[in-house]
Design a protein around this ligand. Structure first.
Ligand code: 13P
Length: 340
């Protein structure tokens, strides 16, 4: 493990005004996205779509890295240039999703544990050769009747910590993602409690597994009201609760925290991030690692005429990346949003 290299990569991922583009949808998830635009999910279409995103001019201005799915890390553009090379030229760090998805946790109906540790050392060695500089592993925590159980939280923290240690051994920065799902009718207070307990459990496990925190990025979910909760906490409250929760549970040695969008609308995800940064300074940069909230509008534009609409869709993506880059500095405004 080269600590200096891990630290400098982690810092580059959260450089000022920049964040992560998450395009690591599994085959099942990208099919759901393509269903929205009535496009078959096959290898060529997935390549065309992700090539469009990654060849956006000036992408590196507000995007520091992109998380890819295994297939994409190995793919070439229609002109035969590897997508990793395209990213390197654009100053966008290649990242790779390495977990094997969330599966039913035996003995705990309704809860999940993320799998993928078997053979991970070998897979990481190959990914490092293919050019991956960071990786992602997503754990899923569900809030509900009697959930989450400590068994679920601890099983997921343990797996995240084992994954993180293996990444660092391979010279790859681990992005650890314990996602507390928005699904359900829970209040923002319940979300706060579960998120804090989850983060505390995660950082205990990272400590036990000897993970270098300075070479680790936290991908967090925001503290929000459940999607079906009658009372939706306003932007300011979400920002204050999220920042307070993180300050209570995340060591200052973490080089940066990036958020997932988790089903929030594009603009709300940007507004939440901006509001949090306006409450700063914080012990760590707060930035974004959005999937849906960065891609949705671009996907819709592209879907009207795939490939033919590349430039139009790229302009839409570049705009969202810019808005979120400004939000990462607490400088987002209606003017930035409407300046196309
Ligand atoms: P969303 O922003 O769509 O939640 O995706 C981010 C991600 O990578 C979840 O693992």
């Amino acid at each position: 493990m080269n600590a200096e290299q891990l630290i400098s990569t982690a810092q580059a991922m959260v450089a000022e005004g920049r964040g992560i583009l998450a395009i690591d949808e599994s085959h099942g998830t990208i099919k759901k996205r393509f269903d929205l635009i009535n496009l078959e999910s096959n290898e060529d279409n997935r390549r065309d779509y992700r090539q469009m995103l990654l060849t956006t001019e000036g992408l590196g201005e507000h995007i520091s890295g992109a998380i890819l799915f295994d297939e994409t890390l190995r793919q070439k553009t229609r002109d035969g240039v590897s997508l990793v090379e395209v990213m390197n030229k654009a100053g966008v760090l290649p990242g790779i999703k390495v977990d094997k998805g969330a599966h039913e946790l035996a003995g705990h109906p309704g809860e999940k544990v993320t799998e993928g540790l078997d053979g991970l050392r070998e897979r990481l060695a190959e990914y490092a050769k293919l050019g991956a500089k960071f990786a992602k592993w997503r754990a899923v925590i569900t809030i509900g009747d009697g959930m989450p159980t400590s068994a679920c939280v601890e099983a997921n923290s343990h797996a995240l910590a084992r994954y993180a240690a293996l990444c660092q051994e391979a010279g790859i920065v681990p992005m650890v993602e314990p996602e507390v799902l928005m699904d359900g009718n829970h209040t923002i207070e319940e979300c706060y409690e579960v998120t804090e307990a989850t983060l505390r459990s995660l950082f205990t496990a990272l400590y036990e597994q000897n993970v270098l925190l300075e070479g680790t990025i936290l991908k967090a979910s925001m503290v929000v009201s459940g999607a079906d909760c009658a009372e939706q906490a306003p932007i300011e409250e979400v920002a204050e609760a999220t920042v307070s929760c993180l300050r209570n549970a995340v060591p200052a040695s973490i080089p940066g925290i990036v958020f997932l969008s988790g089903g929030q609308s594009d603009i709300l995800a940007t507004q939440h991030l901006n509001a949090m940064n306006q409450l700063g300074p914080h012990p760590w940069p707060l930035s974004f690692s959005y999937g849906r909230a960065l891609q949705h509008a671009a996907l819709m534009t592209w879907g009207e005429a795939p490939v033919e609409n590349d430039k139009k869709a790229q302009a839409v993506l570049a705009h969202r990346a810019k808005c979120n880059g400004y939000a990462a500095m607490g400088r987002y405004s209606d003017e930035v949003e409407s300046a196309k």
